[in-house]
Write a protein that binds this ligand. Structure first.
Ligand SMILES: [Zn+2]
Length: 102
């Protein structure tokens, strides 16, 4: 599998320069019940379509960023640094991945 992924700092690069760290998740409430905690830790949506994901430019500028990628075609629709939503629609606070994929 190879495709181009555009780093917000460095521009388009081969995907092998990056580490994928999973889809963006939302942390549950401060005192989640067991069901909510289990869902957060073990389950992912794993959509066949566009999903927001965490990526790390490990062989480049070493920045974490978000990408919207179509999982069916690997087409990357958008990349952004976290917390850079515009004023009208601020970006939701994404959960920082606990263990980056290597
Ligand atoms: Zn970079």
């Amino acid at each position: 599998m190879s495709f181009l992924l555009s780093c917000p700092n460095c521009g388009p690069r081969d995907v092998n320069e990056f580490a994928y760290s999973g889809e963006v998740t939302t942390r549950p409430a401060e005192t989640p019940d067991l069901r909510a905690l289990t869902d957060y830790v073990y389950f992912r949506r794993n959509v066949a379509g566009v999903q927001r994901e965490w990526w790390y430019h490990r062989f480049g500028c070493e920045v974490w960023f978000l990408a919207e990628r179509d999982t069916r075609t690997n087409e990357v629709l958008r990349v952004e640094l976290p917390g850079r939503g515009d004023e009208a629609t601020p970006a939701p606070e994404p959960a920082i991945p606990d263990t980056p994929a290597v």
